[in-house]
Structures are given as C-alpha cells and as structure tokens.
Design a protein around this ligand. Structure first.
Ligand SMILES: Nc1nc2c(c(=O)[nH]1)N=C([C@H](O)[C@H](O)COP(=O)(O)OP(=O)(O)OP(=O)(O)O)CN2
Ligand SMILES: [Zn+2]
Length: 143
C-alpha cells in the first residue's frame, strides 16, 4: 500500500568516538618526499586524535519491527570493527592494515567500511563519516 512503512527507506546513524595516534608516512615516498607531503604530520613522534565516526545504514523500515536495523546489532558491529581494533591504539603499529597503507582519515574510512560490510547483512551499510578533528571530515560510501 502506498505510504505504508514497508515502502519507506530509513537512514539510521550511530556515532562512536575513539582515540588513537598515528603518523602520516607513505612507504611509496622517500623520507624527503614524506616530509614535503605530510609536513608536521610526518613527525616520527606521531600525534593523536579523538576521532568521531558516524556509521549510517540504509534500508526499508521493517513493517513489523519498525526498524532499519536493531541498534543492539549495530552497536555490536561498531564494537568489533572500530573499538576493539582501533581505540587507544597506534594505528600504524598496532593495526596490520596500516603497516603499508598510510593512515590518513580517507584510508581509515575505507578500512572501517571494508570491515563493517563483513559483519553486516549485504547492502545495508550506506556511509562512514569520520571527524578527524572538528574541522577535518571525510565521508566514504564504498565507491
Ligand atoms: N587529506 C588528508 N590530509 C591530511 C590528513 C588526512 O587524514 N587526510 N591528516 C592530517 C594530519 O593527520 C592531521 O590530522 C591534521 O591536523 P591539523 O592540521 O593539526 O588539524 P586541523 O586542520 O584541525 O588544525 P589547524 O590548526 O586548524 O590546521 C593532515 N592532512
Ligand atoms: Zn593526524
């Protein structure tokens, strides 16, 4: 029936904060090139961020449960994909993925997306948005 909840698409977002440190350094660049490209963010001592991640799922609002996705399940996915591997970690040293992938916020969004789709039903994840600082925000939709 037109206008019934079965035909309505909802976007459900859960926000999660975590803290981590990193250094911007590409294995594909020389030390000089790294300094030039990444500037202060290439400092070997690294630096930290209080990241804020918005995980958005998109689906028909279920006519029976009234949900896009049960938040209990979404929270579990976020715990497994974001908090356990990333919170209070050195991204470059503690997360194997970033051993040879530079830990920009863009690549962090890709990392989260790729791992989130593994623990969610197909075609449910819509967007990963990361606030690296109040002013630096990246959005990734799996494209
Ligand atoms: N395209 C990207 N550029 C940069 C990234 C990134 O992930 N993607 N990251 C950094 C640094 O890691 C760092 O996060 C930038 O910090 P900073 O410039 O200090 O942050 P702000 O812009 O919020 O601070 P301002 O003082 O206002 O400059 C660099 N580039
Ligand atoms: Zn940084």
């Amino acid at each position: 029936m037109a206008g019934s909840s079965a035909e309505r698409i909802g976007y459900l977002t859960r926000v999660q904060s975590f803290s981590a440190c990193h250094r911007l350094h590409s294995v594909h660049l020389s030390d000089e090139e790294n300094k030039e490209v990444y500037g202060k963010c290439n400092n070997p001592n690294g630096h930290g961020h209080n990241y804020k991640v918005e995980v958005t799922v998109r689906r028909k609002i279920d006519g029976v449960t009234g949900m896009v996705m049960n938040l209990t399940d979404l929270k579990r996915c976020i715990e497994d994909v974001i908090m356990t591997p990333l919170d209070h970690k050195n991204l470059d040293k503690d997360v194997p993925y970033f051993a040879d992938v530079v830990s920009t916020t863009e690549n962090l969004a890709v990392y989260i997306w790729d791992n989130m789709v593994k623990v969610m039903p197909p075609n449910l994840l819509y967007e990963i948005k990361i606030h690296e600082t109040d002013k630096n925000i990246i959005t990734y939709r799996g494209e």
